[in-house]
Write a protein that binds this ligand. Structure first.
Ligand SMILES: [Zn+2]
Length: 287
């Protein structure tokens, strides 16, 4: 059995790693773990997660009443409580603002494409919970829609949330999300993102048992016309492979040039006034 002392030390260590990796800045982010069946150990409000000590943590009940600790519990406590209410299997919750994943959350682009086997076998799909004002009861409501079927999600214009069977498992999922976001960003900047075919995705799902990974929910049936319930299944963008394991990017395009180099082959549009002004300027410079 994990003792309270070791859980306090684990929270300090995870906070230190999150801050060192740039997943949080200043006092951002929060961490909690279950302490027995009816209490939570949680990071306090308003402290940098990179410089915590074990005695700083708060103990609350499952309704958020503070039972122990000199400081007030995290400002995102309501979000943590909602997760524990909906997921009896979850032992720990981690929230941070890793910059690449948060960039996807700001752009409104979920990480739901079948791209990496490791992501498909661990998290599956990483959706975006709708925007909600941080620290209000809106945020738990936004998270509630997805948390039954997902172990990790982006929070629109805010950050990311992960859960796990222990604190390190929840933290590693945060690392996986940020790593996946970085790889996805690079592939998209290079102009091509080949997808893993549906048949291969199903095979990877089948291997989860071999790896000892429990999925929170199966993939949504992409053959159905019925509305998808993201509370019971995961949406993964994986096209039919027809014998191929990888499906070429349907948005296939030549590699993009760096932003500061104009593409000389690209078409541009000018109004007559803009074109006339350019010609007049060129003629003037010739005189
Ligand atoms: Zn936050």
């Amino acid at each position: 059995m994990t003792t309270e002392g070791s859980l306090r030390a684990d929270i300090v260590e995870v906070g230190r790693r999150m801050y060192a990796r740039g997943y949080t800045a200043s006092n951002d982010g929060n961490i909690s773990v279950r302490l027995g069946s009816d209490r939570l150990l949680m990071t306090p409000k308003g402290v940098c997660k990179g410089f915590m000590s074990p005695d700083m943590m708060c103990i609350t009940d499952l309704d958020g009443r503070k039972l122990q600790g000199e400081r007030e519990p995290s400002s995102e406590m309501l979000m943590h409580l909602e997760v524990y209410r909906q997921r009896p299997d979850v032992q720990a919750v981690v929230h941070a603002h890793p910059p690449t994943a948060t960039g996807f959350a700001v752009a409104g682009i979920p990480l739901t494409r079948a791209v990496l086997a490791e992501v498909l076998t661990t998290l599956g799909s990483i959706p975006i919970a709708e925007y909600a004002t941080p620290s209000t009861s809106e945020l738990p409501m936004a998270v509630a829609k997805y948390i039954k079927a997902h172990d990790g999600m982006l929070l629109a214009n805010h950050g990311a949330l992960t859960v796990g069977a222990d604190l390190l498992a929840a933290y590693y999922k945060m690392e996986t999300i940020e790593h996946f976001a970085r790889i996805s960003l690079v592939a998209r900047l290079l102009g091509r993102e080949n997808l893993i075919a549906r048949e291969e995705v199903d095979r990877l799902q089948g291997l989860r048992g071999t790896y000892g990974i429990q999925a929170p929910a199966p993939l949504c049936d992409d053959g159905t016309t019925a509305p998808v319930d993201v509370g019971t299944c995961q949406v993964v963008e994986a096209p039919e492979g027809r014998g191929q394991r990888l499906v070429p990017d349907v948005h296939d395009s030549p590699p993009r040039r760096p932003f500061d180099q104009p593409n000389e082959e690209a078409e541009i549009r000018l109004t007559y006034r803009e074109l006339s002004a350019l010609i007049e300027e060129a003629v003037r410079s010739l005189r």
